[in-house]
Design a protein around this ligand. Structure first.
Ligand SMILES: Cc1cc2nc3c(=O)[nH]c(=O)nc-3n(C[C@H](O)[C@H](O)[C@H](O)COP(=O)(O)O)c2cc1C
Length: 343
């Protein structure tokens, strides 16, 4: 079966095609990783997930989504992350971390957090603060913060980083005409709206080890009139692909929008980007069973499949699926007798 076929991209040698997408746990205190994070991620590694992308981690204090999100803006945050990386590596998973600046969707509070930043001073909705319009100095500070975060991710032993360019956070708010009303070279045309992302990717690529994979998550559509859409995202991917090894295709998040959510609703976005841009992609979004995963992979609609809430429900999804379908599989030694029908 395609699910259990290995896949290689750059330094990542995935033992199967299942990825855990970034999912905030909102349990961090002082932005530090704890034993609860360790248990959570290690369980998914034990269960056979090939690549785990750790949750959105703030590259700056006001880059966190909430006060309970992880941070990667200070060297003191490396140790807790490294413990998780080491533990998951020992169980055979590859490890990535999602680097994020929340921009106008930062809900964190406290000292130095009494303001948020975004391309234009427009609140995401009435529940958020109105951000300060970013100056060139702010932009260069954020790019530097992503670079330093990437260096910390390397020090913690991560195999890959994922830049969060989706869901209405800072990078995605530059890409969308709904949140970006700038009249300088960072707003207006698509090339201008993509400039911040491309400069950031170039800067990060220069410090992130050349042999390690860099992932980019994008929202393929805002689902709103006047917002970004698939055609624009295809162009963004074409501009970004020289810096990026693997694209992770999601959607939405810039502002409240009505759209149909059904099993596999985002797969056509990933499929189109894979085919039109000739790049490897991860498909995600309400993919809940092995038949769906197999269909996506066998029909060449994506290279890898991410299971989010399904892996929250069932950390051992990969091992359980291999056992249920009686597929050849290397179970972790300690649980072999539970899964392998032949021993
Ligand atoms: C509790 C939770 C937290 C999430 N946190 C993040 C995050 O940190 N970064 C991100 O890009 N997406 C985040 N997402 C979105 C997931 O990565 C994924 O795209 C989404 O859940 C759809 O996949 P699923 O239907 O398989 O769950 C989160 C989703 C959930 C349910």
């Amino acid at each position: 079966m395609h699910i259990f076929e290995p896949y290689t991209v750059k330094n990542l040698r995935l033992k199967n095609r299942i990825v855990m997408p970034p999912m905030c746990l909102f349990i961090a205190s002082d932005a530090l990783a704890s034993d609860r994070h360790l248990v959570h991620y290690s369980s998914r590694a034990v269960g056979g997930t090939a690549l785990i992308i750790m949750e959105a981690s703030g590259v700056m204090p006001n880059g966190r989504i909430t006060d309970n999100c992880l941070g990667i803006w200070d060297d003191s945050q490396i140790e807790g992350l490294q413990r998780i990386v080491d533990s998951c590596h020992a169980e055979g998973a590859l490890m990535a971390i999602q680097l994020n600046h929340a921009g106008r969707k930062c809900e964190a509070e406290g000292e130095k957090l009494n303001y948020t930043i975004s391309p234009s001073p427009i609140a995401s909705d009435e529940s958020y603060r109105t951000s300060r319009e970013m100056t060139y100095e702010d932009m260069s500070e954020v790019k530097q913060a992503f670079c330093h975060a990437a260096q910390r991710a390397d020090a913690a032993g991560f195999d890959a980083i994922e830049i969060h360019g989706a869901h209405g956070y800072l990078i995605s708010s530059f890409l969308s005409p709904i949140s970006n009303k700038r009249t300088d070279e960072y707003g207006g045309s698509l090339a201008n709206r993509a400039r911040f992302l491309l400069e950031l990717l170039q800067a990060v690529r220069d410090v992130w080890p050349q042999n390690k994979a860099l992932l980019l998550r994008l929202s393929a559509s805002d689902y709103l009139p006047g917002g970004t859409n698939l055609a624009e995202t295809v162009e963004v991917v074409k501009m970004a692909k020289k810096y990026v090894d693997l694209f992770h295709i999601s959607s939405g998040g810039i502002a409240e929008a009505e759209f149909d959510v059904y099993p596999g609703y985002q797969i056509p976005f990933a499929e189109t980007i894979r085919k039109e841009c000739h790049v490897p992609v991860i498909a995600v979004g309400l993919i809940n069973n092995p038949d769906m995963v197999e269909e996506i992979l066998a029909n060449g609609r994506a290279d890898l499949v991410a299971l989010g809430r399904e892996l929250l429900r069932q950390p051992y999804w990969v091992a359980m699926t291999a056992s249920a379908l009686d597929q050849p599989y290397e179970y972790v030694e300690m649980y072999k007798r539970a899964f392998d029908r032949k021993v």
